[in-house]
Each structure stands twice: as C-alpha cells, then as structure tokens.
Design a protein. Structure first.
Length: 303
C-alpha cells in the first residue's frame, strides 16, 4: 500500500491506522488456546466445545488490538513522541494527518465500546469472572501507552496480556478449568510475542532514551537486548516440552521451524543494528509469531 498520499479520514487512512499486520499478535494466543481446548474437549463430552464462544474470543482479541493501536497512535502524538521527521517505525495516522484528532478520539471510544459489547456474551460461557478480565484488558490497554511503557513495564504486560490471559481465558471459556499445560503454553506464547516489542524498542532505543521513555531495551543496553530477543524464542520453544509431557509430541517438535526463522531474524537484527532498516526484522518477527502459532496449533490437533 502506497503511503505517500492518503486522503484524510478515508477508508485507506483507517486501515493504516488499524495496523492490520499487528493482528497476528492478537490471533496467535487465541488460536493456541482454542487448539488446546479442542484437544481436551473430548474428555468432557462431544458437545462441550462452543464455536460461538471461539468466534467471540477471536473478535474480542482483534477489536482490543485495533483499540490499542488507536490509543497508541493518539497518545504518542499528543505527547509529542511521534515526530514525522525522526520516526523510524511505520508511519502513524495522527502524526501524518491521515486521521483528524477528533476522529481518532471517537474511534477509540467506538472500538472500546465495540470490544465490550462483543466480549459481554462471554459471561454466559465463562461466568462473571469474564467481566473482570474484560475490564483489565481495557484498563491496561490505556495504561500501557499512557504510562507503563515509559517505565519499562511493556514486556511484562505483553507476557500477561498476549500470553497468559488470552490463552488461559480462551481455554477456560470452553472447559471451565485450566491445566499446567495450558499455563506454560501461555507463558511460551507471551515470550514469542514479546519479541515483536523487543525489536520495536531496539529500533527506537535512541529516540526513546531522548524522550525519557525507559523501555527495557533502553535500560539493559543494545547487546543485552539482542541476546534477550534470541532468548525469548529459545525459551519459548523449550517450554514446549510440556506438550510432549502431555502426549503432544508434534506440538513440541514443529515449533523448531519457528526457532530457525527466529535465529535468522536475530542474525539480521544484529547485522542491521539501527535505523529504519530494522522494520524488516519487525515484519519477519510478526511472520515468525504466526508460524509459531500455526506450528503449536497443528501439533496439538494432529496428535
């Protein structure tokens, strides 16, 4: 998609603002949670698994991701952190003038309400505790961009809200329980997805340091951040031994394909080291995340 000219508040502008490439981060944990639930559903009866609940989990996750993107776009612009001249990452809608500020405020309100409406029926499937889960997702969606990302809490939030919460809750909605396999699978998923944040913050480390944004990458330094990125993928795949222990050998073996891709991306990341060229590594990391999710899900479903 050519981003040189975008008509303000057009469909194209909103598609760019929604950042569709980031939706894999929302889809992968739900996909893994559903695959785990599907493989275990036979123990509870043939009619336990609900496709309606599955669809609601996917829709809620997607809407919350778009909402988070809108929130990030607006508040980074409002705080003056998105400078079109110095920005290294993909262009942002508010900064480029593709979307009016008032329009973005309305969009944030609309996507937040839409996510709540879509998520509300999950109370029927998962109980009243789903209200608390939904509330926490919405609250931390705003807290991440407005405060927590500035004090190095972003990686912890990714682990929780792109790993533990979506995987375990998706499973719980279906079977009303949780297992150690599901928990460790959720941790592994969170580690994989955190790789996207690490490479993003690795690219922006100089600008973040200048703006007082104390991301984990800024705090630990360039070399440690490179090894952190590699370690996230290695540890995630090794945690997959829990699948083997529960009888799903392929769910442990297939993700080594992801690890190979992750290694290649890590080598490229170290070679490029800085600048806009690291966006290539960002794209590869998003692809690798999807490969990981597919490998785990297929490994669970095949055996």
């Amino acid at each position: 998609m050519d981003e040189n000219y975008v008509k303000q508040d057009s469909l194209r502008a909103w598609l760019l603002a929604a950042r569709p490439k980031t939706l894999t981060g929302a889809l992968v944990p739900v996909m893994i949670g559903l695959a785990l639930a599907w493989t275990d559903a036979s123990e509870y009866g043939d009619d336990v698994f609900s496709w309606t609940a599955a669809a609601l989990c996917v829709a809620f996750a997607m809407l919350m991701q778009v909402d988070a993107n809108f929130v990030n776009d607006f508040f980074d612009y409002a705080r003056g952190n998105d400078d079109a001249a110095t920005r290294l990452g993909p262009l942002r809608a508010c900064t480029q003038g593709w979307v009016k500020i008032e329009s973005m405020k309305r969009a944030i309100a609309s996507t937040t309400i839409a996510a709540c409406i879509v998520g509300l029926p999950l109370v029927y499937y998962g109980g009243l505790e789903m209200l608390l889960v939904g509330l926490l997702c919405v609250v931390f969606c705003f807290l991440y961009t407005t405060h927590l990302s500035y004090i190095g809490m972003g990686d912890a939030l990714v682990l929780v809200f792109f790993g533990v919460v979506p995987v375990t809750v998706t499973y719980y909605v279906q079977l009303h329980t949780c297992t150690w396999q599901v928990f460790w699978a959720s941790v592994a998923c969170g580690l994989v997805i955190d790789g996207l944040l690490v490479v993003n913050n690795y690219r922006d480390r100089d600008n973040d340091s200048r703006d007082g944004k104390r991301t984990l990458v800024v705090q630990i330094g360039t070399t440690a951040a490179e090894w952190l990125y590699l370690s996230l993928g290695v540890v995630a795949v090794l945690l997959g031994v829990v699948f083997w222990l529960y009888g799903h050998v392929l769910a442990f073996v297939l993700p080594f394909l992801y690890l190979l891709l992750h290694l290649f991306t890590w080598l490229k990341m170290r070679r490029i080291n800085h600048g806009r060229a690291l966006n290539e590594c960002l794209g590869e990391t998003a692809r690798n995340m999807l490969v990981y999710g597919l490998c785990v899900a297929l490994g669970l479903l095949l055996i």
